[in-house]
Write a protein that binds this ligand. Structure first.
Ligand code: R5P
Length: 296
């Protein structure tokens, strides 16, 4: 018996694309919200001992509870192994207490998931000060899939674009892409002052004048970082500005704001459903699932 993908209704087609890529069944997990805010979760009985529960964990608070309920339902219906496929993994940025009294949410959420799933696959989680996903979800098999090869195919190397990472945390992604496509890159320096306020400088911006720019980042959240970078690049004479990101959490309004700032396009993977999600990850995920025999 082969495994099946269990994807949540109404959250885009990424889970369906993954099942199709693997050549296995897709079943919808239904969620009903009660008037008091609680969720009723209903999963289809799995036909094999392995269930691949697919859910991206953007807007995560209710989703976290619902995936725990879904995992429990799948086990009650006979799944011996429940693997979480979460293309976007939430709460990864708070990896230390930046101020006394703050919860280290990365550690709390990682351990919660480790306690309820037999394996975890995600795409480029924001691991800044932590070396490995195994440290975040201890004791289960965890897989970090890189979207780098997919982002690289989205860059037209013949355009002579200059890649720009807006801050030190984007260095690993921008360096990888620059090397893959043989392009130059610049790295900005960012200081965050609030949720929607950053101070950003781009050393070397004298190389920007007259050139097409691709800003590369792992996460677009409010869009504040990208806007600050775009302003610098426009005043340095960029001929065009496009944005490439692994995860785009920004909603329609924030994306409209990016367009108003003169950004020509924003493209991201389908790790989070939305208007920017044009780069499909099913092939990358399926390859790693097959490598581990999780599809059987
Ligand atoms: C953090 O360093 C990340 O790489 C992103 O730059 C950041 O999360 C983006 O957030 P926002 O879009 O709210 O500026």
């Amino acid at each position: 018996m082969t495994a099946a993908v269990h994807g949540f209704a109404g959250e885009g087609d990424a889970s369906v694309r993954l099942a199709r890529e693997l050549g296995i069944d897709h079943h919808e997990v239904e969620v009903r919200h009660f008037p008091d805010g609680e969720s009723l979760v209903r999963a289809a009985p799995p036909a094999s001992s392995t269930a691949l529960l697919f859910r991206s964990l953007d807007r995560p608070n209710a989703k976290l509870v619902e995936i725990l309920l879904a995992a429990s339902a799948l086990r009650d219906c006979g799944a011996a192994r429940v693997i979480l496929i979460a293309p976007y993994l939430c709460y990864m940025r708070q990896d230390i207490a930046f101020h006394p009294g703050e919860a280290v949410s990365q550690r709390v959420v990682g351990r919660l998931l480790a306690g309820h799933f037999d394996g975890l696959m995600t795409i480029d989680p924001h691991l800044h000060r932590i070396a490995s996903l195994d440290d975040v979800v201890p004791g289960i098999e965890s897989v970090n899939v890189s979207a780098g090869p997919l982002l690289a195919t989205a860059i037209d190397a013949s355009s002579g674009s200059l890649l720009v990472g807006p801050d030190g945390e984007s260095a690993q992604w921008v360096e990888q892409l620059a090397q893959a496509r043989g392009l130059e890159f610049l790295l900005g320096r960012k200081q965050r002052k609030g949720d929607r306020e950053v101070a950003l400088a781009i050393p070397g911006s004298e190389r920007v004048s007259g050139r097409p720019i691709v800003i590369v980042d792992d996460v677009i959240s409010s869009g504040t970082t990208i806007i600050a970078a775009a302003r610098q690049l426009r005043s340095a004479g960029a001929s065009s500005i496009d944005v490439l990101a692994t995860h785009c959490l920004a909603g329609r309004e924030d994306l409209a704001q990016l367009r108003e700032e003169g950004i020509r396009s924003v493209r991201a993977t389908d790790s989070v459903a939305g208007p920017a999600a044009v780069l499909f990850t099913a092939g990358l995920l399926a390859k790693e699932i097959r490598r581990r025999d999780w599809h059987r």
